[in-house]
Design a protein around this ligand. Structure first.
Ligand SMILES: NC(=O)c1ccc[n+]([C@@H]2O[C@H](COP(=O)([O-])OP(=O)(O)OC[C@H]3O[C@@H](n4cnc5c(N)ncnc54)[C@H](OP(=O)(O)O)[C@@H]3O)[C@@H](O)[C@H]2O)c1
Length: 270
């Protein structure tokens, strides 16, 4: 069924919509008048979010698509459903991500595939889908992480997939020049979204306090940046300072330091 006014109405697809940062994107986009397509794994969380939005923004249409984005089958089912609705995208926010943190030998084969696919493959695949189904102008926000800047022992797959997403995003931006598609990689530092991350930020003392940004701040920075088609944005003054002042430290020293810190943390949040 064709959606009336599909060419003029603005639709945004947000992955990880039910998480801390995803919800902040959803709120910021609803405030800007976007109709919303929301995905996450849990149907119940999506239904709850949808009814909150219906109450707050009755004029907006919100559609939900429960899907495990690490599964090709789930992604294709979601894409065919959306394509059948003939929706043209004005914005894609690739927010979903899995931050499993442990040494490689502690992983199962399934978890390795899950983390790589959820963090990288799914974002790439949805960029392709959104470009194929773009409105006149399309903005793509790929949520990466400052953790993707350097190799991070004991957070190795996460940092590698985020590094890959940052790299991919920048290349895609170049490929899309002159095609009315803006692509921005967002590199946030810590955000107090889940309880375990809040505890981690607290444990970092003054640095944690200075460097952490709220999901609302990160969503706002992201939407302003993609409007200007910025290539890559490290969010927050202190995260920028960290990047600018530590580049000269030899990689071997940096990794030794990171390994010492991160080997004490093990989490399997998903
Ligand atoms: N929080 C931080 O400190 C921080 C820092 C830098 C970067 N980031 C990045 O920011 C993004 C959001 O982080 P957050 O803290 O808001 O996370 P979060 O609160 O844990 O939310 C994660 C969201 O992603 C969804 N999701 C996870 N795996 C999925 C999968 N396989 N398929 C589909 N949906 C999936 C979750 O849905 P379900 O709950 O239904 O599974 C949820 O909506 C992530 O990409 C993360 O790597 C976070």
């Amino acid at each position: 069924m064709e959606i009336k006014g599909a060419e003029t109405t603005k639709y945004a697809l947000v992955t990880g919509a039910t998480g801390g940062l995803g919800k902040a994107f959803v709120e910021a986009l609803a405030g800007r008048g976007y109709h919303l397509l929301l995905t996450g794994r849990s149907e119940q969380k999506l239904l709850d979010l949808q009814s909150e939005l219906k109450e707050k923004y009755p004029e907006l249409s919100t559609r939900i698509y429960p899907a495990d984005l690490s599964s090709g089958a789930d992604r294709y089912a979601m894409m065919s459903k959306i394509a059948g609705e003939r929706i043209k995208f004005s914005l894609l926010a690739n927010v979903a991500g899995a931050d499993i943190q442990k040494g490689l030998t502690e992983y199962t084969q399934e978890k390795i595939a899950f983390q790589c696919r959820a963090n990288f493959e799914a974002a790439v695949s949805l960029c392709h889908f959104a470009i194929e189904n773009k409105a006149e102008r399309l903005e793509i926000v790929n949520v990466s992480s400052v953790s993707g800047i350097y190799p991070m022992p004991y957070f190795a797959i996460y940092s590698a997939t985020k590094g890959a997403l940052t790299s991919f995003s920048q290349s895609l931006r170049e490929e899309m020049k002159g095609k009315n598609v803006a692509v921005t990689a967002i590199l946030p530092g810590a955000m107090p979204t889940r309880e375990d991350i809040k505890e981690q930020i607290k444990g970092q003392g003054l640095w944690g306090k200075l460097a952490a940004k709220t999901p609302q701040e990160v969503a706002e920075v992201s939407l302003k940046a993609v409007k200007k088609n910025k290539r890559k944005v490290i969010v927050g003054f202190w995260n920028k300072v960290m990047r600018a002042t530590t580049w000269w430290i030899p990689t071997a020293w940096r990794m030794r330091f990171i390994a010492k810190r991160w080997s004490k943390i093990s989490k399997d949040a998903f």
